[in-house]
Write a protein that binds this ligand. Structure first.
Ligand code: GDP
Length: 429
């Protein structure tokens, strides 16, 4: 596959001043030379060139870069052309490149090659995807830390130590009667215990990293007509939900994505929770319950100052219609979705909650279900290894734990997951 030379527009779709065409593979130099009439700029120096097709008709005038491998993103010979951003320019260039023997890249193929050529591990490749998808500053910071290899280093450190434990274990199996120093067994047990403890701590993070990557869900619940739709509209600063004084207007769960405290949050406006004979509304009520059970935070709205449940870590009380209401419980946040009174306070409080649910300190957090599954498996194997007295079984458990951790960074048995992983990328990355 890597014998092919691939190309793709790496910048966004649609009309733009400039679009970046990226080439990678063994034909990159030949293709660039053909397009530039043999006037390829010095490596890594930009040059303005007239681009021409096989018939010498002009495709564009653009800045081009020649990037010889292996010190490139993919590790291969590469080139970048900063062409004018019109559709016809890109199409004309693509036709010329196909004529020269190149082919369009698959989604994620540049990054896949970077991984296969050893320029990055899988956690770094995933971070590229996360960085492109990042909508907020906190997400960007997390993706960049991972792209810098911080998370991969944690996993590789575990792999290295585990490999050492495995070697000690093999020595114990191979030389049972020799005089292996007694420290070997003691050290093995100690390292195993430390690894189990570190992996368990990493897993036990309330899914902070994953939540920041995926975004939080805040459900807005309460009886009909208390102002749930008005509140979501006020928080989203646009009309998401229909506001009306007819109870039961919101029949389904409506969603709005907002940024609170640097974290993407989906606000779910649930149908008014009430007994109803209307089957469609009843379904809306049922969905509201489901959504509020999964939600990271539940905002219970009331316009009477009375609430159905006590506030908790997960649940806050919002007393709406402060312009009409005289008193509200001390724990409740008093607001008026109509006049805007108290809304800044509510936003600050929600931002604090969003930060608290996603903030991490110390080593980089776990960011994906894929990593979590592999680490859970590793931990299970290490527990098995610690609990067995049979050296051969212990050796096998250690090997399986090592393989599970290796899968995260892509150092063992990964062929099967590559398609899934890089298939999520955009073309040109
Ligand atoms: P929902 O059924 O809980 O989604 O409630 P809505 O958002 O549809 O609002 C019900 C009614 O209450 C509408 O007529 C709103 O204009 C009104 N309303 C919402 N918030 C306030 C508020 O803070 N003060 C006052 N006076 N009326 C409000």
């Amino acid at each position: 596959m890597n014998d092919d030379t691939i190309f793709a527009i790496a910048s966004g779709a649609g009309r733009a001043a400039i679009a970046v065409m990226r080439l990678s593979g063994p034909l990159a130099y030949f293709a660039l030379a053909s397009l530039c009439g043999d006037r390829v700029p010095e490596p890594r120096h930009a040059g303005l060139r007239r681009l021409r097709d096989a018939d010498d008709s002009t495709l564009d005038r653009s800045m081009v870069l020649w990037l010889p491998g292996p010190g490139t993103y993919t590790g291969e010979d590469s080139a970048e052309l900063f062409i004018h951003g019109g559709r016809a320019v890109a199409d004309g260039l693509a036709m010329a490149l196909v004529g020269l023997g190149l082919r369009p890249a698959e989604p994620g193929e540049f990054t896949r090659r970077a991984f296969l050529n050893g320029c990055m591990d899988l956690t770094e490749a995933e971070a590229v995807h996360d960085l492109i998808a990042a909508e907020t500053e906190a997400q960007r910071r997390q993706a960049l830390r991972q792209l810098d290899g911080e998370l991969g280093r944690v996993y590789r450190d575990w792999s290295d130590r585990l490999r050492f434990v495995l070697a000690q274990q093999e020595a114990l199996i191979d030389f049972p009667d020799e005089d292996l120093p007694p420290e070997v067994e003691r050290e093995l047990t100690a390292t195993l215990a430390a690894l189990r403890q570190e992996i368990a701590a990493h897993l036990n993070d309330a899914r902070r990293g994953e939540k920041l990557r995926e975004g939080l869900v805040f459900a807005i619940v309460g009886p009909p007509n208390v102002g749930k739709s008005s509140l979501i509209n006020a928080l989203a600063e646009r009309d998401v939900a229909i506001v009306s004084n007819i109870p039961g207007t919101t029949r389904d769960a409506l969603e709005a994505r907002v940024v609170l405290g640097g974290v993407p949050v989906t606000l779910v406006d649930t149908a008014g929770l009430r007994e109803t004979a209307d089957p469609i509304e009843a379904e809306g009520v049922r969905r509201a319950f489901v959504r509020s059970e999964d939600a990271d935070i539940v905002l219970e709205i009331s316009d009477s100052g009375r609430f159905s449940e006590l506030p908790s870590d997960r649940r806050i009380q919002v007393a709406n219609k402060a312009d009409l209401l005289r008193s509200a419980p001390d724990d409740a946040i008093s607001v008026s979705a109509l006049t805007g009174e108290g809304m800044d306070l509510l936003r600050d409080r929600l931002a604090d909650l969003a930060r608290r649910l996603t903030e991490t300190s110390g080593p980089p957090p776990l960011t994906r279900a894929r990593h979590r599954a592999a680490l859970l498996e590793a931990l299970e194997r290490l527990t098995g290894a610690a609990e067995t007295d049979l050296p051969e079984l212990r050796g096998e458990d250690l090997r399986l734990a090592l393989r599970a951790i290796g899968r995260i960074t892509g150092h063992v048995g990964v062929e099967d997951i590559l398609d899934t992983l890089f298939g999520q990328f955009c073309i040109g990355k």
